[in-house]
Write a protein of this length. Structure first.
Length: 236
């Protein structure tokens, strides 16, 4: 004899609200009906609906605007970032896998970038790389410049999903920055020069050289991860 587990009312509410959004083909920014209308439409109590809406908001599916109502949220990786399991910081394999995915995405998009990037974007990339060089000469971090560089590099594609994935990885690594071994001065300068070389290669339209440069960049990040998760050798 089969047994059925009864779902909590708020979980049923989240399921029904998501179904409502899908069936009515609502998009980011579209409003949901009032609580009273939704309760009648979905056949549930206002208390259950409110709990369900809270759960959906925590997942980034809807947004509540005080005095205006409830709206379907635009896509964002923010909820994923805010709810990343702490195990990703404790397990090197998780972060390495994320690195591999980002490397594959970026390298795979290089040919398209070369085909459509504008001279203005290349100039901006060169400017960012020059600032990295200046920071490295002073022994200062240029993490935010690196973040801006990669965002600018792929901006011409108009692919917000790709930009979100690239930025998600950057934010994850940045959160773990205090645990990652700091790159030495020589490595900092080399990274800055690598970014400048990318801008020069873009100007020349050298796809293969750009792909090699990207892989080299990620190998350096991987080396830092290996150092972070290397087993500790106890003294004899």
């Amino acid at each position: 004899m089969k047994t059925f587990t009864r779902l909590p009312a708020y979980q049923l509410a989240t399921t029904e609200v998501k179904r409502y959004i899908e069936e009515h083909e609502l998009k980011g920014g579209d409003p949901l009906p009032s609580e009273a209308e939704l309760c009648q439409e979905l056949g549930m109590s206002r208390a259950s609906l409110r709990e369900g809406l809270k759960a959906l908001e925590s997942l980034g599916i809807i947004r509540t605007r005080h005095g205006e109502g409830v709206f379907v949220a635009h896509f964002s990786f923010d909820p994923i970032l805010h709810n990343l399991p702490y195990s990703i910081a404790a397990q090197g394999s998780s972060l390495r896998e994320l690195l591999e995915v980002r490397c594959a995405l970026e390298v795979g998009m290089i040919a398209q970038v070369v085909a459509c990037i504008s001279p203005a974007d290349i100039d901006e990339l060169q400017g960012l790389a020059q600032q990295m060089l200046q920071r490295s000469a002073l022994g200062e971090s240029f993490a935010e410049l690196d973040r801006a560089f990669h965002a600018t590099l792929f901006r011409c594609l108009g692919n917000t999903f790709l930009l979100s994935l690239v930025d998600l990885f950057w934010q994850v690594v940045n959160r773990l920055a205090d645990r990652l071994p700091a790159p030495d001065a020589q490595a900092q300068r080399a990274t800055a020069h690598d970014h400048l070389a990318v801008a020069v290669m873009l100007q020349a339209g050298d796809v293969q050289a750009l792909e090699r440069a990207h892989r080299h960049h990620f190998q350096e990040i991987s080396r830092r991860l290996d150092a972070m998760y290397a087993p500790t050798t106890l003294p004899h």
